[in-house]
Design a protein around this ligand. Structure first.
Ligand code: XAN
Length: 450
């Protein structure tokens, strides 16, 4: 409870119930606590509320400023969407009738080609940032498109609305199906460098670039090598896709005959680092998972997309048993929901389907998926020193949840304690229950214009 003299001032104090994950406990419920946030957006203290008077003296806040959470309210960490295509948001909820490679050629590439038009980009990107924030995504790891200026605009909008984001200008120099939607290798390298330089120059506190080779079939070997070098020289995050469906895995074998596996393709091009997140991974072998562990690379599990376009079912339990970092992703628009609550539910559904197939499979529980959507996501993006749970010194990225709102989606009954309330929210709740959203201490929902 000590405070040094140079400590920042207190901007918010909340009192009530706080729910988060720790490395030891998938769900830790802290009741009758007070949590203080300093004016730099960091968690200053989290203590028992009996100490509130002495805390107020130490930290210099007045107790009448405390935000008291109600009986059916709690604070939880903001959710981390580790894989979302901002550029595909316009057709979310449609076009789910084809397998991956045909889906890309038929729906995705023609739509993504439109982002040369900055008005089109501005409309979609504004909507996706607002929609995801409202649904509790405080951190998003975004794919944009190959267009540098539109990708910079996505970064600008994330910053404007206050979302923490990694933004990727997509890199691809191979596309025989929609040849107008690709860049030459030299353009790709130059534009990636321009994107990184210009985004970093903006000095947005919570928006950073992520090097984004689309996936091995869209990239030449020399482009993959260039991108590995750019990411490593600048210590940047890397994102891509891996082993999503079986046809794609076979295609990669024919395109990269010198590589032992899909994972080996990325390994050989220096794209597997402790700042790498690879989406899907449904068909990775145990040997490949060991490479993920050795390199510190993470997997983004995207269950809605995996089922919606019939790609496969990732065995999350096996990934966790291999101690590979794993977060959840909505994968809009292969996934039809932009909500991380949906990602949690689909994670449980997939796990249960695996148990139906094999009763020996140990089904995930709701506590575990809660951790994956929060702390797990922060680990997958190597941001767990900054976000993911309520620890003093971390940024305050948080959701104020009220499960008892008028005409809301949840009915409550006598005797239901905080764990039941959490489970009901995770299974039944929606954005109406997320009454406030904070990123780095700044309240970003409700939006200032509403
Ligand atoms: N592989 C992909 N998988 C996916 O689900 N969405 C995409 O846009 C994509 N590109 C390559």
């Amino acid at each position: 409870m000590n405070r040094n003299d140079t400590a920042a001032r207190i901007a918010h104090v909340f009192s009530g119930t706080f729910v988060h994950s720790t490395p030891r406990a998938a769900v830790e419920i802290l009741q009758n606590c007070v949590l203080g946030v300093d004016d730099e957006g960091k968690i200053a203290f989290i203590e028992n509320d009996q100490d509130v008077v002495s805390l107020s003296k130490i930290w210099g806040f007045v107790t009448s400023d405390i935000k008291q959470l109600g009986r059916y309210e709690f604070l939880m960490p903001g959710m981390v969407d580790t894989h979302i295509h901002a550029s595909q948001y316009s057709y979310t909820g449609t076009a789910l009738d084809l397998p991956l490679l045909e889906w890309l050629n038929t729906y995705t590439f023609p739509v993504e080609a439109k982002y040369k038009d900055l008005d089109f980009a501005s409309n979609v990107y504004t909507k996706v940032v607002r929609r995801t924030l409202k649904n509790g995504t405080t951190t998003a790891c975004y794919f944009a498109t190959i267009h540098t200026d539109a990708s910079l605009l996505l970064g600008e909008l994330a910053d404007k609305f206050g979302q923490r984001a990694l933004v990727g200008k997509v890199c691809m120099d191979c596309n025989s199906a929609v040849p107008q939607y690709k860049e030459s290798p030299s353009e790709c390298k130059e534009e990636t460098n321009r994107f990184i330089k210009e985004l970093l120059k903006k000095e947005y506190p919570n928006v950073k670039p992520v090097v984004t080779p689309r996936f091995a079939p869209s990239c030449s070997s020399s482009l993959l090598s260039e991108l590995g070098e750019i990411a490593n020289n600048n210590k940047l995050h890397i994102q891509s896709h891996i082993s999503e469906n079986k046809e794609e895995v076979e295609l990669v074998k024919t395109l990269f005959p010198g590589c032992k596996s899909y994972t080996d393709v990325y390994l050989k091009h220096n794209l597997l680092t402790d700042r790498t997140v690879m989406a899907h991974g449904c068909h990775l072998t145990d040997e490949e998972l060991e490479i993920f562990l050795e390199t510190g690379s993470a997997i983004s599990h995207c269950p809605n997309s995996n089922i919606s376009i019939c790609s496969g079912m990732l065995n999350v339990r096996n990934v966790l048993n291999h101690k590979v970092k794993l977060g959840l992703g909505t994968d809009v628009a292969g996934g039809y929901s932009p909500s991380m609550l949906d990602a949690m539910r689909r994670t449980l559904d997939t796990s249960k389907a695996l148990t139906i197939q094999d009763p020996q499979h140990k089904t995930l529980c709701f506590e575990e998926v809660f951790r994956l959507a929060t702390l797990g996501g922060s680990e997958a993006l190597s941001l767990d020193d900054q976000i993911g749970n309520f620890v003093v010194g971390k940024d305050f990225d948080a959701l104020r949840v009220n499960v008892c709102i008028p005409d809301g989606p949840i009915d409550l009954f006598p005797g239901e304690g905080p764990k039941v309330i959490l489970e009901k929210f995770l299974n039944l709740g929606d954005d109406r229950n997320i009454t406030e959203v904070y990123v780095a201490g700044r309240q970003v929902v409700p939006f200032p214009d509403t």
